[in-house]
Design a protein around this ligand. Sequence first.
Ligand SMILES: *[C@@H]1O[C@H](CO)[C@@H](O)[C@H](O)[C@H]1NC(C)=O
Ligand SMILES: *[C@@H]1O[C@H](CO)[C@@H](O)[C@H](O)[C@H]1NC(C)=O
Ligand SMILES: *[C@@H]1O[C@H](CO)[C@@H](O)[C@H](O)[C@H]1NC(C)=O
Ligand SMILES: *[C@@H]1O[C@H](CO)[C@@H](O)[C@H](O)[C@H]1NC(C)=O
Ligand SMILES: *[C@@H]1O[C@H](CO)[C@@H](O)[C@H](O)[C@H]1NC(C)=O
Ligand SMILES: *[C@@H]1O[C@H](CO)[C@@H](O)[C@H](O)[C@H]1NC(C)=O
Length: 295
Amino acid sequence: MWGIAQLSVLLIAYHTLKIVHATVEYNNEERSQRGMALLNHTYKSLYTENYPSCLMACMHDSQCTSLNYWWYSSQCDLNNRTKYSAEAKVFSRDISSTYMGLMREPGGWTAIQIISFTESNLHFENSPSRISDYKSLSNYSDHRMYVLSTLLLRLRNDMGFKQIRFYCHKKQVGTVLHIMTNLNPLGEAVVMHFIDDNLASTRPQTCGSYTVLPDDNSTLSKDCSMLGWNGTHADGKWTSTNVTGQSRIQFPLNPYGFQDSRRSFVSSYKRRDCDDRRATEASLSPGDTWAIFVR
Ligand SMILES: *[C@@H]1O[C@H](CO)[C@@H](O)[C@H](O)[C@H]1NC(C)=O
Ligand SMILES: *[C@@H]1O[C@H](CO)[C@@H](O)[C@H](O)[C@H]1NC(C)=O
Ligand SMILES: *[C@@H]1O[C@H](CO)[C@@H](O)[C@H](O)[C@H]1NC(C)=O
Ligand SMILES: *[C@@H]1O[C@H](CO)[C@@H](O)[C@H](O)[C@H]1NC(C)=O
Ligand SMILES: *[C@@H]1O[C@H](CO)[C@@H](O)[C@H](O)[C@H]1NC(C)=O
Ligand SMILES: *[C@@H]1O[C@H](CO)[C@@H](O)[C@H](O)[C@H]1NC(C)=O
């Protein structure tokens, strides 16, 4: 029986695949660029008090795929192209502007973080930078960055997102992990857990809270009841009893204990895991990618 629900899952899957495909190309480039502007593709200009408000205006508007913020006049240009989809000559140098492209796709997902390792950047630095302001969000390809719950809460208030999507792929492990939280009370509980500090220690149930997307072939996502860690056992709940800080959405989804019966949607500063199932973390390869999206 194929209904609207199945059809929309297929459409989402199609768009997600496209996004993931794009992550490699977009690697490290979609951060904001001071001194640049994308000309001739502005569909709306407004005046905003500051750069974050301009970013917010763009996020609010599903047409908006990039922005120029003109520092002296406070003019905020919303563009319907990015530097990738526009002709090269209209992406030009202008000292008084900052350009920022959003990772936007027809599925409506907005990237919060896309980390893709390159040949020259294979070393995972164990020096996290915890971010809580919109401005730092433009650094979303920085592998040291951890988005704090306070920033997610602001995004939620400003954008009204309802779902979170996680993607990772690590060549040495060989699998793709790709899940999104469901549009149901269980999925909503996961979103709330990550944004509301009062719910940090209320670990939501895993089973029924997420959908495994078609390109996922991970071990981690397969058995929801084996996810989560209560200190001694896998207990079918998100994260782990001792992951209650503001950076609890930090991603990799690291298995504590590193045995098949002990893995969970939690993470660690010390490892960059994606479906790793061993005590020794698999090494990083160029193209290994971690991403978090909301919509
Ligand atoms: C961008 O906006 C302009 C002005 O509103 C419009 O003419 C054009 O068709 C839009 N282009 C795309 C790709 O949406
Ligand atoms: C932008 O558009 C104007 C006309 O609307 C045109 O004269 C100008 O050459 C365009 N600029 C670029 C860099 O293409
Ligand atoms: C973004 O990252 C760069 C380089 O790591 C850093 O210099 C800059 O301060 C960061 N910007 C923000 C807004 O955090
Ligand atoms: C999982 O999917 C990825 C990407 O399609 C593929 O490269 C890999 O071989 C698959 N791994 C397994 C174990 O099926
Ligand atoms: C969290 O729990 C795991 C396993 O239960 C343990 O290895 C780790 O040291 C704990 N971390 C903290 C910060 O307590
Ligand atoms: C952890 O989960 C196991 C299995 O569900 C349960 O037996 C145990 O009592 C739990 N421990 C704590 C501290 O909640």
